[in-house]
Design a protein. Structure first.
Length: 151
């Protein structure tokens, strides 16, 4: 009987061990899957972060190229401005204007008999203004008379 009990206990403990081993094996396989999933997720996150950093660097490089292009355009415009200023100074020179008038347009200073002097009487302008003032005063008087006749 004693032997039977030992066998019974032995069989029962063996079954327990088998069940525990199966559970351990299942847990290990589940843990492996979870670990692989965590690793895959973290790899994707790292990849996305790297892509984001690369995108920002590309954006920075694009902006720097635009800045360089605009600076070059600015230098060209400043050079063109300086050229135009020197051209303007050359054209504004009175000696150059006189020379161009004589050579290109055939102009010359007038002779004594070509000069005509005109005198302007400054009183004429005053008389016109006085006449206009009289007309305005007369107009207002007429308006006042019309208003008074109505009442």
């Amino acid at each position: 009987m004693l032997v039977a009990r030992k066998e019974e206990c032995y069989d029962y403990s063996r079954k327990k061990n088998r069940v525990k081993r199966k559970k351990i094996v299942k847990n290990k396989s589940k843990n492996k899957v979870k670990n692989k999933l965590k690793l895959f997720t973290s790899a994707i996150i790292v990849l996305l972060l790297c892509m984001l950093v690369l995108l920002r660097y590309a954006n920075i490089t694009k902006t720097r190229l635009e800045i360089t292009k605009l600076e070059n355009e600015k230098v060209e415009l400043e050079k063109e401005k300086e050229d135009l200023i020197t051209e303007l100074d050359r054209v504004k020179n009175s000696i150059k204007i006189e020379e161009d008038a004589r050579t290109k347009l055939g102009m010359d200073y007038p002779a004594k008999d070509q000069i005509v002097y005109v005198t302007v009487d400054s009183n004429i302008g005053d008389e016109v203004v006085a006449e206009e003032e009289l007309l305005i005063v007369k107009y207002f008087k007429d308006m006042v008379n019309i208003v008074l006749k109505i009442f």
